[in-house]
Design a protein around this ligand. Structure first.
Ligand code: ZN
Length: 340
């Protein structure tokens, strides 16, 4: 993690653009509509708040799978100003009412005369819905604070994400040049000019180039360049493992790869839903595409149905996506309705 001021990359944190060329593609749910989760809340007496806060710090903060750091832990109870409303934890962390009650029973306080007594609370419920993640602008923080629950402004969380990307511009340019040239030459010979390049982080020099083959004699409708690339990666890995087995004594074999784990993928056209999803299954790290596909694309919020498949909140896996917004790497054109 580099400090923002020491980052050699030029980053436009407002527009989410790196070096004037790589546009970070973000899903809608962190830009406009929050994903909501349920949390456990209770009402407490103001003088007891320090016991609860200490308890949460010791027992909940680290272990709750949902970071609630973007939410204020306590606010005045809107219905009864003499009480405070407190967030205990996410429902994802503890689902059962019985378990929560057991947990609350373990909170004790010392009275002035030295006795230990159980702490009182009322109105335990999990009806309140709050944003799971903080939004990326201060304006949205204010809006969501009014609508859901008071939130804390810790700076734009995406700034850190942008700052932490490991980007090698020269290498990226080299890869885009390869797919751009290949795409143009396919266009000249009237083939579907969609090209992808798969780069294994463990073996970056032996990249795998794949083209669209749905119109070839051996191909079928689903032979998009990304599907073909994934297939090729798997075939190569099988071959490699076989060779490795034969030469086992040599002790000179590379770590086994798993699917396309942590691969960087470069592609000329924004992928369709099948291909975007296939990349989720393949566990790639990053995709960079050149040409947006307004009708069929599945990554940009403005493309297709706005799936943003690489960062869909309903899937348990994600990958980074950038669009190259310079015009250095022209690609062959495809019909609007073509799925790439
Ligand atoms: Zn496709």
């Amino acid at each position: 993690m580099v400090k923002k001021v020491n980052n050699p990359l030029k980053i436009d944190f407002q527009k989410c653009i790196i070096e004037g060329r790589l546009q970070q593609i973000l899903p809608k749910h962190i830009t406009s509509e929050p994903e909501l989760i349920n949390i456990w809340t209770i009402d407490i007496n103001p003088q007891d708040s320090k016991y609860f806060i200490a308890f949460i710090r010791r027992n909940i903060k680290e272990t709750d799978p949902i970071s609630l750091l973007h939410l204020k832990r306590i606010q005045k109870n809107p219905n009864d100003k003499s009480l405070l409303k407190l967030i205990l934890c996410s429902v994802e962390y503890i689902a059962d009412r019985e378990d929560i009650i057991k947990l609350l029973e373990s909170i004790e306080k010392k009275t002035p005369n030295g006795n230990v007594e159980k702490i009182q609370y009322t109105n335990l419920n999990k009806d309140l819905k709050v944003p799971k993640e903080p939004p990326i602008t201060r304006e949205l923080i204010n809006e969501w604070s009014k609508k859901f629950w008071p939130m804390v402004w810790n700076g734009n969380p995406n700034d850190q994400i942008l700052n932490d990307y490991i980007i090698d511009m020269d290498s990226i340019r080299g890869k885009l040049d390869i797919i751009s040239k290949q795409s143009q030459s396919l266009a000249k010979s009237n083939e579907i000019p969609v090209v992808s390049l798969f780069v294994n982080p463990l073996d970056p020099l032996n990249h795998i180039l794949s083209i669209d083959q749905r119109n070839s004699t051996s191909g079928c409708q689903l032979d998009h360049s990304i599907m073909n690339g994934i297939k090729k990666v798997a075939e190569d890995e099988v071959k490699r493992r076989k060779l490795e087995q034969e030469a086992k004594e040599s002790n000179n074999y590379r770590e086994k790869t798993y699917l396309c784990l942590n691969f960087d993928v470069y592609t000329t056209h924004e992928p369709c839903s099948m291909c975007s999803m296939a990349l989720i299954h393949s566990r790639i790290k990053r995709l960079i595409f050149i040409k947006p596909m307004e009708v069929t694309g599945s990554l940009r919020p403005e493309s297709g149905h706005g799936y943003c498949m690489h960062a869909n909140k309903n899937l348990n896996s994600k990958y980074e996506v950038f669009q190259w917004i310079g015009d250095e790497y022209p690609v062959g054109s495809v019909e609007n309705y073509t799925c790439c």
